[in-house]
Design a protein around this ligand. Structure first.
Ligand SMILES: N[C@@H](CCC(=O)N[C@@H](CS)C(=O)NCC(=O)O)C(=O)O
Length: 267
């Protein structure tokens, strides 16, 4: 049994958690995952020792009761210890195996897994400069991911401003991806790295917009990603190729079927 390098608490399934799980599998390390469906996470104690709450604990005067901040509504039960290790109080929330150190932001959780593996595997580059280039893509992906989060949470009641902002972020991000893939086989060079893992998970999450057309239709706005396969062929081919790789496929094949399905070239 591989060593457990991290514990993650989150709603499940969550593409932000898949980043860490894909890296763990590629590196042969183990990440423990604890959590529940998104709608059930309000009935959980958010803590290193996360657990479902008893009925009598789900009361407004529970000292752990806090107003949700982003992506959730209503009350969440977060312990003081949770907020000490997870200052933004978000999930996925990762912890060192003893719970002493909190790691937050899914790209940083991904980095933590990569650092726990052997450098010989090259997943976080083979030297400091490689790692810095990989970090550059991870940061660009986070900026895109944040825009995508605001957009997807607001898509049912979309404004023209929000739509335009997402369109700009989408084009900016994908132009960079497309250009990078014109020079190298993978995003950050000629090997698979965590930059590719973050790209696949965050970009696939954004593509959920194609399953959320109602709000756009009501506002007579097009999909931000309308026709983008033709504009960014390398980005989509890269995504498709990685989604077919076993470590990615178990999570991402069903998740991307709605836009890659018809192109998937299976033996
Ligand atoms: N950029 C962050 C996003 C994390 C995030 O925003 N999580 C939200 C749910 S989507 C959360 O935990 N919200 C807690 C709250 O509403 O209090 C990441 O990649 O980990």
């Amino acid at each position: 049994m591989a060593t457990t390098v991290l514990r993650i608490f989150s709603y499940l399934p969550n593409p932000r958690v898949w980043k860490a799980l894909i890296a763990a599998e590629l590196l042969g390390v183990h990440v423990e995952v604890v959590g529940d469906k998104p709608k059930n996470l309000g009935n959980w104690l958010w803590d290193f020792a996360a657990r479902p709450l008893n009925e009598e604990e789900k009361v407004p005067d529970n000292p752990n009761a806090r107003a949700s901040r982003r992506g959730f509504t209503g009350t969440l039960y977060k312990t003081d210890e949770f907020l000490q290790t997870q200052p933004y109080g978000t999930v996925p929330a990762a912890f060192s195996p003893d719970g002493a150190i909190g790691v937050f932001e899914s790209n940083s959780i991904l980095r933590a897994v990569a650092r726990a593996g052997s450098q010989d595997q090259g997943l976080y580059g083979r030297n400091g400069m490689d790692a810095s280039r990989i970090d550059s893509f991870l940061d660009a992906t986070l900026v895109f991911g944040r825009e995508a989060q605001v957009y997807l949470l607001g898509v049912n009641d979309i404004s023209t401003e929000l739509h335009q902002r997402m369109r700009g972020a989408f084009e900016f991000f994908l132009e960079g991806v497309e250009r990078a893939l014109g020079n190298t086989e993978y995003l950050a060079g000629d090997e698979l790295t965590i930059a590719d893992i973050a790209f696949v998970c965050d970009f696939s999450q954004f593509m959920r917009e194609r399953l959320m057309r109602d709000g756009l239709d009501a506002a007579s706005l097009p999909l931000v990603s309308e026709g983008s396969e033709a504009d960014y062929p390398r980005a989509f081919a890269h995504l498709q190729r990685l989604v077919q790789q076993a470590e990615f496929a178990q999570y991402l094949e069903p998740y991307t079927e709605h836009f890659l399905g018809q192109n998937t070239d299976k033996p």
